[in-house]
Design a protein around this ligand. Structure first.
Ligand SMILES: Nc1ncnc2c1ncn2[C@@H]1O[C@H](COP(=O)(O)OP(=O)(O)OP(=O)(O)O)[C@@H](O)[C@H]1O
Ligand SMILES: [Mg+2]
Length: 245
């Protein structure tokens, strides 16, 4: 919509879970913004609320309080069906555990991302093949996940996330199960898509790579944001420009 709204904004976002008599405050008033084309990394200790925040931003979960807005429009104001459709169209997700369908080939796994909008089979195959080729998997199209390495499986998951040309990529520790070289490869692939305009929100424990690749790093502790600082210069700013907040 208009340029004066951030791509994503959360305002005083809360997510409380009830465990018997206890209440877990997974998120306790989180306000963050992500600009269009920005690469934002969420870091923090285990249990600090990173996944909870990502899932709320992606519309996979409903907050206990507060709002999530895309381009200034509150998610809660969009009817459920429309919200699901928008999510399918505009959002790609990658997870630590790849989440591929085990009895599907690499190609079929990527094609599934195009089911939602009625793309015809031949076109799905063409787009999915192109996405896999770009990720260096041209000769793995008919492999099933069990016959792929971890790095290859995650590249299939990246292809599945980006094949529909989403606006936003959410990634929850996508390199948590990968060795250093594969981690670096997956992160730099995300960075390439980001350079082409994709907004990226990444949860990671790898602070070095986060510093190298992200425009902004958001630190979480006990369900709150405790700091937000610059990584690489924001999109549009020349390298070496003032990137301080
Ligand atoms: N479904 C749930 N029911 C109850 N408590 C939950 C639930 N999901 C998460 N929590 C709690 O909320 C807090 C935040 O969890 P969350 O998964 O967001 O953390 P995280 O920062 O992603 O951690 P990790 O780095 O280990 O993935 C934790 O204390 C967790 O135990
Ligand atoms: Mg998590």
């Amino acid at each position: 919509m208009t340029a004066d709204h951030p791509h994503i904004r959360t305002t005083d976002l809360k997510r409380y879970y009830r465990r018997g008599k206890h209440e877990v405050r997974a998120l306790d008033g989180v306000s963050v913004t992500v600009d269009r084309g920005e690469f934002v990394s969420l870091v923090g200790a285990s249990g600090s609320g990173k996944t909870s925040l990502l899932n709320l931003m992606a519309g996979l979960d409903t907050p206990t309080g507060g709002t999530v807005e895309f381009d200034g429009v509150s998610l809660a104001s969009i009817p459920r069906r429309e919200r699901a459709h928008q999510r399918a169209k505009k959002i790609g997700m990658i997870f630590q555990s790849f989440n591929l369908i085990s009895h599907y080939t690499a190609l079929q796994n990527v094609e599934t991302a195009l089911y939602f909008d009625g793309t015809h089979h031949a076109e799905r195959v063409r787009l999915a093949t192109a996405a896999l080729e770009r990720l260096g998997l041209a000769d793995r199209l008919t492999h099933r996940p069990a016959d792929l390495s971890g790095g290859e499986q995650q590249r299939v998951a990246v292809a599945r996330a980006v094949v529909k040309k989403p606006e936003i990529l959410f990634a929850d520790e996508p390199t948590g199960n990968l060795d250093y070289d594969n981690s670096r490869q997956i992160m730099s692939l995300m960075k390439q898509y980001n350079s082409e305009g994709l907004t990226v929100v990444l949860v990671t424990h790898n602070l070095d790579l986060a510093r190298e690749l992200s425009h902004k790093i958001v630190r979480m502790e006990y369900g709150r944001v405790v700091g937000s600082g610059a990584g690489a210069p924001p999109p549009g700013n020349p390298p070496g420009g003032d990137a301080s907040p």
